[in-house]
Design a protein around this ligand. Structure first.
Ligand code: C2E
Ligand code: MG
Ligand code: MG
Length: 263
């Protein structure tokens, strides 16, 4: 396992220069109209021998060896560039926003705000077209990170709280965070129909978020039943394999065109 990790770490250092990293996009869907409203950028690593490696495996490693800053910048720029390209291709049918995940190391970086501004300018985007996703444990943990989040928000960029329900701050901390959207973790969505506890927690989250003027989005919707339930609970946005897996930008264009009635 250790020698495996060391080998993977060495490969990771080479991955970016060798062009093994790419960015996939998963549509964020309006659960009522089923139209795409946004897209989430998710980094992909296609290892020459191992094939696709999950970001759950390699992101912590990239953080540990100090590669995440460079990567984060690559993902942000690629996502903004592809977003601008999609707007050019699709006009009014294009997603209205692009969401990019931020890691702990990026949130600690004082240059985060200038980096975000630079990416927006380079690709002719308004701040309102960019969403940044942070996880619950990250956002709540540390006053310095909270201050950084406020700086980002002041630019006009929207913040979303990722994987909600899996951290330890939960409902009691929501009001302290400068976020606009709460993303309810897949582990809750997958049990929503069978576990009263999970469904009630989802209901409470939606109610609390609405009271605080925040939106909600259900992650990891895989079945029509889950989509219907979330809509009934008045969570009006979702993402998941039911709609589409994360795909390259060209495949996203094809997906969007196929979803439009009459085309
Ligand atoms: P996340 O931000 O919560 O992203 C959603 C994850 O759920 C993605 O996994 C996506 O492929 C997966 N997913 C979406 N719908 C479904 C579904 O219906 N069923 C199932 N089983 N899974 C679904 P992925 O791409 O493996 O990414 C995992 C995590 O890695 C992300 O979770 C995010 O925390 C992190 N990550 C991915 N890309 C980046 C990046 O560019 N930067 C940073 N800092 N983190 C990233
Ligand atoms: Mg995310
Ligand atoms: Mg998530």
């Amino acid at each position: 396992r250790v020698s495996d990790d060391v080998a993977l770490e060495n490969d990771l250092r080479r991955a970016m220069s060798e062009g093994e990293l790419s960015v996939g996009y998963q549509p964020l869907v309006d659960l009522v109209s089923r139209r795409i409203t946004g897209m989430e950028a998710l980094v992909r690593w296609n290892h020459p021998q191992r094939g696709p490696v999950s970001p759950v495996e390699f992101i912590p490693m990239a953080e540990a060896v100090g590669l995440i800053g460079k990567w984060g910048t690559m993902v942000l720029h690629t996502a903004c560039q592809d977003f601008a390209w999609l707007r050019g291709q699709l006009g009014a049918l294009a997603p209205e926003t692009v969401s990019v995940n931020l890691s702990r190391a990026q949130l600690c970086e004082p240059s985060l705000v200038s980096g975000v501004l630079e990416a927006l300018r380079a690709h002719g985007m308004s701040a309102a077209q960019l969403k940044l996703e942070v996880t619950e444990s990250l956002a709540a943990q540390d006053p310095a990170m909270q201050a950084r989040l406020h700086e980002v928000k002041a630019l006009g960029v929207t913040l979303a709280l990722d994987d909600f329900g899996t951290g330890y701050s939960s409902l009691s901390c929501l009001h302290e965070l400068p976020i606009a959207v709460v993303k309810i973790d897949r582990s809750f969505i997958s049990l929503a129909q069978t576990s009263d506890y999970h469904r009630v927690l989802i209901e409470a989250t939606i109610l609390m978020a609405r009271t605080l003027g925040m939106g909600t989005l259900a992650e990891g919707i895989e079945t029509v039943g889950q989509a219907t339930l979330m809509r009934t609970l008045r969570c009006c946005k979702g993402q998941g394999y039911l709609f589409s897996r994360p795909v390259p930008r060209d495949a996203l264009v094809a997906w969007i065109l196929a979803e439009v009635p009459g085309t």
